[in-house]
Every structure is written in structure tokens, then in C-alpha cells.
Design a binder for this molecule. Structure first.
Ligand code: FE
Length: 205
């Protein structure tokens, strides 16, 4: 979608109009164009309020224990998350990035705070910070080290930009020492930062 640059007058109007008035105006345009139905907005807000990293953790735990689910999650994330009552209808596509030995993924929205809210809830505060957004790109290994995430030597870190068009989550590696664990026990290991790639799940020593 191409965007015409805002005129100085439009920019001024945007900056000085109260957010509630902007939201009301945006809704009027979306409804008038038939892009969004009035009942879709409260439904979307309710889904986001219900979502939390606990859903992401459950998805990961199932992928760790069920190879068919893992394959579906990587191939068709939108279908896979339906198993947890999440609908991505009307939401940007979700991509799932699988960490493997030698290959780690870190997710950032360099522009703002794009995040797969339907499956992970609201992003953690640091995800939106200018410092995270800049450093994730400039020095991902140093940033991870500050969080205590030291990857095996030779591990490649791929930084992936979450955008308005595509939202990403990480499928971390199942930690060793969790053989025989069930889904509930495994999902309790998975933290929000594991789902972004800032940390990796670890079994308690
Ligand atoms: Fe964004």
C-alpha cells in the first residue's frame, strides 16, 4: 500500500487532535468504506485482552511434544493457533521461526511495536523501547549477553523485523533435561522473552 506523505497542515492536525477524536474519525472512515464492521472492533479488543504469553507458551509446548503439530505450526501458523482458540482473521499473518542448533532468531519491530498480540498478548515494555529496537539490529549478540543469553559458539543470530504486514514469534529449542515432561510442565518453562528470542528456555538445574 502506498502512502502519500502528510502535509505540514495534516501533521499539525494529527498532533493536536485528541486521540479519542482521531479514533472516532478513523472508525467512521473504516465503516464507511466497508473495511471493518462495527462489531469487529470490540471483538478484536476482547481477543487481545484475553491473549497472553501463556498462549504462546502452550503452543510451544505442544510443538515440542507433537511432531505433527510442530510441522503444522511452521507451515500454517494461523491454522495451528486455532487449536488454542485464537483466530487470526483480520490480523496480519503470523510467522513462526524455529531455533535450531547453530541458528537463533531474535524478533524486533524496528519501526514501532508490531507484535503477534493475538497469540502473545501485549508486548513487554522493553520491546517498544528505542534502545531495544536499535540495539537488536546493531549488536544482537551483545544485547543477548546482557540478558544472560549466551549462545553456543558459532551460532548464527538472525534478526527478524516484525511489521504491520507480518508478525513473528520464535519456536525455541526444547531444553535438555525435560525428557518425558508433559505439555503443562513444559509450557511453564517458556517465558515471553523466549518467544521473542531474547532468552532461551532452560530446565531448572
Ligand atoms: Fe511496529
Amino acid at each position: 500500500m502506498a502512502h502519500a506523505p502528510l502535509s505540514a497542515a495534516d501533521r499539525k492536525l494529527l498532533e493536536t487532535t485528541p486521540p479519542e477524536a482521531l479514533f472516532a474519525a478513523l472508525k467512521r472512515v473504516l465503516f464507511a468504506k466497508g473495511l471493518v464492521a462495527p462489531e469487529e472492533i470490540p471483538a478484536q479488543i476482547a481477543q487481545t485482552e484475553r491473549a497472553s504469553p501463556l498462549i504462546g507458551a502452550q503452543i510451544v509446548a505442544r510443538a515440542w511434544t507433537d511432531p505433527a503439530y510442530r510441522a503444522l505450526l511452521l507451515a500454517e501458523p494461523a491454522r495451528a493457533v486455532e487449536a488454542f482458540g485464537v483466530s487470526l482473521t483480520g490480523a496480519p499473518p503470523l510467522g513462526v521461526l524455529e531455533n535450531r542448533p547453530g541458528q537463533h532468531h531474535l524478533i524486533v519491530c524496528t519501526l514501532c511495536s508490531c507484535y503477534p498480540r493475538a497469540v502473545l498478548g501485549y508486548p513487554p515494555f522493553w520491546y517498544k523501547s528505542a534502545a531495544y529496537r536499535a540495539r537488536a539490529v546493531r549488536d544482537p549478540r551483545g544485547l543477548l549477553a546482557e540478558w544472560g543469553t549466551v549462545l553456543p559458539a558459532g551460532t548464527e543470530i538472525t534478526v527478524v523485523d516484525s511489521t504491520a504486514d507480518y508478525r513473528w514469534m520464535v519456536l525455541p529449542m526444547r531444553p535438555s533435561g525435560t525428557e518425558g515432561w508433559d505439555e503443562a510442565r513444559l509450557s511453564a518453562l517458556v517465558r515471553v522473552s523466549d518467544l521473542i528470542g531474547m532468552t532461551v528456555p532452560e530446565a531448572p538445574a
